[in-house]
Design a protein around this ligand. Sequence first.
Ligand code: 8QM
Length: 394
Amino acid sequence: MTLLPSTDVDPFGPEVLEDPRPFHAQLRDAGPVVHLTRYDTYAMARYEHVHAALVNWQGFQSGAGVGLSNFHTEKPWRPPSLLLESDPPGHDAPRRVLGAILSQRALRRLREQWFAAAEELVDAVLAAGPELDAVPALAEAFPLRVFPDAVGIPDEGRENLLPYGDFLFNAFGPRNELMEAGLADAGRLGAWVNEQCRREVLAPGGFGAAIWAAADRGDITPGQAPLVVRSLLSAGVDTTVQGLGAVLHAFATHPGQWRRLRADPRLARVAFDEAVRWASPVQTFFRTATTEVRVADTVIPSGKKILMFLGAANRDPRRWADPDAFDLARDPSGHVGFGMGIHQCVGQHVARLESEALLTALAARVETIELSGPTRRHHNNTMRAWASLPMRLG
Ligand code: 8QM
């Protein structure tokens, strides 16, 4: 029996959020399981154990919430998500419904439209000059142009989507300054999002209407439909914005990889997954032990929260050769940036399609991408995010 390693470092403190990589290495090297003394929770940061825990939904449940707060002992800030914060069997019907609506097959009808939208956006951005901040101009602009339309929500109030997501992702962490700063507006943002989930508000032909049609067929209940729409609006915007930010930052700092993409634009798809592995826009999620669970030499007590470090697992040298290299020649499949197991990102095909459209449009028009000024991080308790990415497109 070896002693359980521990750390008093705050994974949600500003130093770690600014650059989590040294802390990730420390966690991975300390052992398969580490005790986080500040929150009396456990942590996993090695690929092998993060992967094993994510696929073990029986031992590591989501229904007690995937943030620090335990829904069995604390009231959640909003009704729990039927997809994210739930376990089988209740999880399965909503997941099946949304999985079909967001399947690769179902998205084919959007492909041409989204490629055209990306070309239009890149043309407009280039017409404004070679210098831009890639966060607002591309990473935010493109998802905001295509995704809310695809869901079918009205134009009014769309500026609430990013702040809502920012608060939601902060709320998975502790009640720290980041979380407190968002509280004042959370009620208003939540009410706006809930309003967009009503059947009468959603345009015909969109993902939202398709969810309500599933309720009409009896695949989910009419009571579940608005919450499934809410999942789209919760998980579908900030995530793809930061995924696009990550891939643009990766290319701006790896000119050889950009040349490779230009030579073979079919690499756009693998480039996005490699960027999701490399940057892990969603850094962490908790699970809760349903019973005593043994991991390596450690027995995690029933009811304890375990923090899964997706970003650390995605750069674990025990799993990945040269893990810190952004490399289009590697096979990034198996990364846990979209999670793994029954909760693996249901919107991943939407994210890949957005990225493929934007990167393809850029690759056809832009020879060089480089940083043109200091970059700035946006701190969030769950997301590894950019506030600003000044770039020059040549
Ligand atoms: C994170 O509301 C939801 O169902 C939901 C919210 C956030 C996420 C996923 C689902 C993982 C991207």
